[in-house]
Design a protein around this ligand. Structure first.
Ligand code: 48F
Length: 262
């Protein structure tokens, strides 16, 4: 058989476009493919929820590849061990309660299992805005990351989602879009982002899970963005809180889905 270059192109364009169209209306849309967004997508997809994840960069995995200061190891605490086991990510116990993984194995496994669970991941796409109806976020506005990087004047496309998860890390981009373009009515003490505090692993890892919740009608937060919104400390290269936060937000939304179908 002779290979036809045009058939190769058609295979890519047709199949990608089909996926994009299929995911224009979803149950849950996740912004950001770091550890929190991936974990949330995995646990939702595993339960049959129609979930899509958008990642701005070429690579999925956010801040996890580089471990701590480019030493590509990640540290996890006891509470998060069941999630490592669920994904079959290998670890070594360094000292009691401190588990060390290879960051590349960790990211690639999270990514593979999330896709295999049924989540659709689109990379190279940035979420630049939200769609709003009657003071509730009902979808996302997408554009190619390349359009933004090249400062091109190109209008975006829109998708509809029952729920949106802001898993954009330190930047808390969706929360910022809401305060800038809708109003300072986030579900925080002031209605505004309270801002991330300096490094403190013990407190940061605890508050990140507490702060994993709804931030605006239709919008939920997971991962580092939680502490940026609710004013908790950063925690550096310990990643258990990210996985626990992703799992928690999936559980919150699964409970809501169940409630609405009754
Ligand atoms: O930053 P990131 O890894 O967030 P996370 O899942 O985990 C945080 C840790 O990596 C680390 C830490 C641990 O102690 O503090 O920082 O909370 O992943 C966030 C991803 O979101 C993408 C961004 O490229 C990154 O890969 N992202 C951010 N804004 C957008 C976006 C956007 N507007 N559209 C699409 N993707």
């Amino acid at each position: 058989m002779q290979l036809d270059d045009v058939i190769i192109s058609k295979a890519i364009v047709e199949n990608w476009s089909k996926d994009l169209i299929e995911y224009l209306e979803v149950d849950v849309a996740i912004v950001g493919g770091g550890p929190a967004g991936l974990t949330a997508a995995y646990y939702l997809a595993k339960k049959g929820v129609k979930v899509v994840l958008y990642e701005r960069k070429l690579s999925i995995g956010g801040g996890m590849w580089g471990g701590g200061m480019m030493y590509n190891k990640c540290v996890f605490q006891n509470d998060s061990k069941p999630i490592l086991d669920e994904f079959k990510i290998r670890y070594k116990e360094y000292q009691p309660g401190y588990f060390v993984t290879d960051s590349i194995e960790t990211v690639s496994t999270l990514c593979l299992e999330t896709i295999r669970a049924g989540a659709r991941i689109f990379n190279l796409i940035s979420v630049e805005d939200v769609m709003i109806r009657k003071e509730e976020v009902t979808g996302l506005v997408l554009n190619w990351s390349a359009v933004d990087i090249a400062h091109l004047h190109v209008d975006p496309l829109t998708i509809q989602a029952k729920y949106v998860i802001d898993a954009t890390g330190h930047a808390a981009e969706i929360a910022k879009i809401i305060t800038r373009k809708i109003s300072k009515k986030l579900l925080t003490e002031t209605g505004d982002l309270l801002g991330e505090k300096p490094m403190w692993a013990e407190v940061g890892e605890r508050t990140i899970v507490e702060n994993t919740k709804e931030i605006y009608p239709g919008v939920y937060v997971a991962g580092m963005a939680c502490n940026a919104v609710f004013g908790g400390p950063r925690m550096g290269p310990i990643f258990g809180g990210m996985l626990l936060s992703g799992k928690k937000i999936a559980e919150v939304l699964l409970a809501k889905q169940k409630g609405s179908s009754n």
